[in-house]
Design a protein around this ligand. Structure first.
Ligand SMILES: Nc1ncnc2c1ncn2[C@@H]1O[C@H](COP(=O)(O)OP(=O)(O)OP(=O)(O)O)[C@@H](O)[C@H]1O
Length: 614
């Protein structure tokens, strides 16, 4: 049984093929793509040049018509006779659709999936000023997807909240048990964080000096949003899911909030002391199972939707916004709000049965510099935004190609922080949905056409929909017991002079921030929790015990074969890439070596554990 579990763990680790985006499996489903059309603003309605170029043809279809000015240009070019193009989506929400309708049609199902143990990613996509942040967050009086998700989560777990802070999520699908001292520290740091919102509101009342954009002009809209009672959002509905769980099961909810700004990841909940402007740059890491996570990102336990909403507001205050020609309050970064739910069996010593995650990303909008007239810092931001969105497009396109190609093409997930982060979800972490926002104004025709073309392609991408990790609560061999064995083995190897570095794949060694030598890994602390996490997931496969008929030898053959086939694939892949992308090929070879090293380590553990268990 143990052997099978470890084989599965190892195979799963190795199955994360290097950057080929091979995500198709029998448990796969198409990426869900929703379209939301933003209504004209009052100013746009007053503008005589505003003309509608999008019409809805059904619940899932829109037609984009080229405006007259564009048509004449195109006809003279004789290159694009098509003046109307049809696009199909999972669902289309017209300009009159309410926030509630959009939520119910798109994200509600995902929230249910997360409460049942699955992992989901939702991200917004569109050009600047198309309504992404409105959809994602919404104003206080008309909440968007994020506040609604929080509300329904807490409604659903009412009376089942695990409010003790002794179990904290760690890394990707891992957790740690906090000592009383750590719990006290956790609680006081949360108090300090929540106090920040009050301070900002006070500053806001006394002249709105709490937040200034990079250019120095006060962002008044944000101030006015913060000046309202930010602890309350407009979701007053009692919408909830009926959860089919054992009466002992409790839910512990943790949130984090970060942004990718100019290709750097920053924690939006980091408290930067006044006068000290440099924010910490965080890095993406990956554990032995191939799960990526943002190292040192702060996770805060929240006990109500109001509390979570306040944390979200604090993060929003720290996010990079600026006023541009097209949007008075334009997001200059991609923001990621994550909700982790620990399912805890609260009898005796509480046990974590499973960890699920809902990641909500509000992407910055692509923009044409000819329309925004951005210069200086804004132009640099736009360059980074456009380039990461372009990489997203390249990834989607390559993934789509790989679904039919015999030779897998390189998917450049690691060309940008955004796609690097999304890679985990695209390649098997769970369900993925994209909410595309467009502006129906004909002035945006070209940009809208690009967005729709991209969305049509994205919709054809198949993502692996992995099974939720359900840790069987009748498990006989506790995760902690196994963890101790593995940690011991690991420690012994360390003592014998062999480092543990190879168990943690530091993906960002291939990225530029590491080359700049910014922060060093704390490997000793990290390794232990990687191992805990690994075992925790293995514990969930108890029900497959009866199928375990393989001997250790057979298991080893399988894994060795797997290692070889991965290496073979990399070789083929390298030869394909050599002409076009030598740098990427070298990265892959390095990655394959790391994978082999990891598998050798696991093999050693196999042998050791088998002996221990005899
Ligand atoms: N469905 C809607 N109903 C009413 N107003 C909307 C809607 N969608 C967007 N708006 C308004 O349109 C403007 C632009 O929206 P928003 O800031 O959400 O765009 P964005 O796509 O996030 O832009 P950026 O990428 O520059 O951050 C805002 O004033 C917002 O209030």
């Amino acid at each position: 049984m143990l052997t099978t579990k470890l084989t599965e763990m190892m195979e799963s680790c190795l199955a994360g093929k290097p950057d080929t985006g091979s995500c198709v499996s029998s448990q796969s489903e198409n990426l869900q793509v929703y379209l939301r059309i933003r209504p004209f603003t009052a100013a746009e309605s007053d503008n005589s040049e505003s003309q509608d170029c999008v019409s809805i043809e059904g619940p899932d279809t829109v037609v984009l018509k080229a405006p007259r000015s564009c048509q004449s240009n195109r006809q003279s070019e004789k290159s694009l006779p098509q003046t109307a193009q049809r696009f199909t989506f999972t669902q289309v929400f017209g300009p009159e659709a309410s926030q509630r309708t959009v939520f119910e049609g798109s994200v509600r199902g995902l929230v249910q999936n997360v409460l049942e143990g699955g992992n989901c990613l939702v991200f917004t996509y569109g050009v600047t000023n198309a309504g992404k942040t409105f959809t994602f967050l919404g104003p206080d009086h008309d909440s968007g997807l994020l506040p609604r998700s929080l509300s329904i989560i807490f409604n659903s777990i009412e009376g089942r909240l695990y409010s003790r802070a002794d179990l904290k999520p760690q890394r990707c699908r891992d957790f740690s048990r906090l000592t009383p001292d750590q719990q006290a520290a956790e609680s006081s740091s949360k108090k300090n964080l929540l106090r920040l919102l009050k301070e900002v509101r006070q500053k806001t009342y006394s002249g709105c000096t709490g937040y200034e954009d990079v250019m120095g002009s006060t962002v008044s809209v944000l101030c006015s949003s913060l000046s309202s009672d930010s602890s309350v959002n407009s979701v007053s509905e009692s919408d909830s899911f009926c959860l089919d769980v054992n009466s002992n099961v409790r839910f512990s909810v943790w949130v984090s909030f970060c942004e990718i700004y100019n290709e750097n990841i920053h924690d939006l909940l980091e408290q930067v002391t006044s006068g000290h402007h440099k924010r910490t740059v965080l890095r993406l890491s990956q554990d032995v199972k191939g799960n990526s996570f943002i190292k040192d990102l702060r996770w805060v336990q929240v006990n109500s939707s109001e509390e979570a909403y306040r944390v979200m507001k604090i993060g929003k205050k720290n996010q990079s916004f600026s006023s541009t020609r097209l949007n008075q309050l334009s997001s200059r970064s991609h923001s990621i709000f994550s909700i982790k739910i620990l399912r805890v069996d609260d009898v005796g010593v509480p046990r974590v049965l499973g960890i699920s995650e809902l990641a909500l990303c509000d992407l910055a909008g692509s923009e044409r510099c000819s329309r925004t007239h951005n210069t200086g810092e804004r132009l640099k931001e736009a360059g980074n935004i456009n380039s990461s969105l372009l990489t997203l497009g390249k990834c989607i396109s390559a993934m789509r190609l790989n679904q039919h190609a015999k030779i897998q093409h390189h998917v450049p997930f690691r060309e940008s922080k955004l796609t690097h982060f999304l890679q985990f979800f695209f390649c098997g972490a769970g369900r993925v949905s994209m909410v595309v926002n467009i502006n129906q104004n004909a002035l945006c025709f070209d940009e809208t056409l690009n967005v729709l073309k991209f969305s049509a392609l994205a919709q054809k991408v198949v993502v692996l929909n992995s099974r939720p990790v359900v840790l069987d609560d009748t498990s006989q061999s506790s995760a902690m017991d196994l963890s101790v064995i593995i940690d011991d083995a690991d420690r012994r190897r360390n003592v014998s002079g062999r480092g543990r570095k190879s168990s943690l794949v530091a993906w960002e060694t291939t990225l530029e921030d590491v080359l700049e030598g910014e922060d060093e890994e704390d490997e000793g602390e990290e390794e232990e929790s990687v191992m805990e996490g690994t075992v925790l997931e293995a514990g969930g496969e108890e029900d497959e015990e009866e199928e375990d008929e393989m001997t250790m030898e057979e298991d080893e053959k399988v894994t060795i074969h797997h290692v070889k086939s991965v290496t073979e694939e990399v070789k083929v892949f390298v030869s394909v890439c050599e002409q076009s992308d030598r740098e990427a090929a070298l990265r892959l070879v390095l990655e394959a070596q790391i994978r082999e090293e990891v598998s050798a380590e696991f093999m050693e553990l196999f042998n050791k554990m088998e002996k221990d268990y005899r």
